[in-house]
Design a binder for this molecule. Sequence first.
Ligand code: ZN
Length: 361
Amino acid sequence: MCSHLLVLARAFLILLAVFCPSLARAASFACDGRLSAVEQAICTDRRLSQLDERMYSLYKPIKRAYPEAVFSQRDWLKYGRNRCTDNACLTQVYESRIRQFEAGSFRNWAAINMPKMAAAGRAGAGVNYQASQKNSAAAAEWMRQNKILETGLTFAKARYAYPTNLQVAAMSCKTPNAFYLLENEMVVFCYELTERLIHQYQNALSNGLTTEQQALQRLLYSVHYVLQHELGHAALHNRRAKRNFGNQESEADNFAAVSLILSARNDADLVDMLFGVKYFSDVFRQQGLTLDALTDEHDLSERRYYAFACLAAGANATVAQQFVKISQFTEARVKRCQFDWRNGREAMSNLNTAQAAAVRQ
Ligand SMILES: [Zn+2]
């Protein structure tokens, strides 16, 4: 019996060795496939591999607890680790990163920032605008004056059921992003994100790619797409008993897409929305399947735009024909997109408020 087990165990280990050649190596990335010089150095050096494993085992729970840690990690990779040209440098940057994690710098960061974010949301039922840092003051003022977030929130609240205590806060958070803080039932929209988007549209304007009115309309849709994505997290969180097939980021993206498309008044709106999502995804375009892209849980930017385009084509025959005409989509793809659109709409109706459902009947 025991010897059988031993044989089995040995066979399993051999299998493991055959199929997972990188398992004993670096932990934060696979050692097979095309590697950068730095990754190669880590994979071929036992000490560096161990350091990488240690760093990653500390980083994983931190990232789970504080999703914002991905930005810091991305910077560490880009401006720290990947600039090394020898093993001594790599050893040093890994050791200092490990010390940083062990010292709990992220816990401290969160202790300072999270309660502030949570407290910020409690002031009222609408959107709470926090004071902005100097460099994003213009973006903050633009959002506040035009009641950008209020519009999107009112639209969504009239249709979908949210956690009772849902709050939306706009603030400076040192990173161009937006979050849904699960424990606080709170959406945080960072001024820095709007600032980045405004910059992108200013570029498009100065390059003569859009008119001013068009740019503004598309900028609004970029912001709304992000807001609806975060509200999607909140609505899905509210209906956690009805989990779908896994990836919450894709679900939040689809929620945002369907929500936006349903709010379009005409074909022209829909085209502006398509550009809005495209501009947004251009701002955050990743260089293919890089480690940077993998450290962020969001789908690749391109994929987010394609998913939106497919739903738009599925919802609207004119848009679908345009895509076919410029050879973006085939007729067969359009059929599948129509199927996706019907599914998406149906899934959304599960998230309707009681009032919205009653109105529809
Ligand atoms: Zn998300």
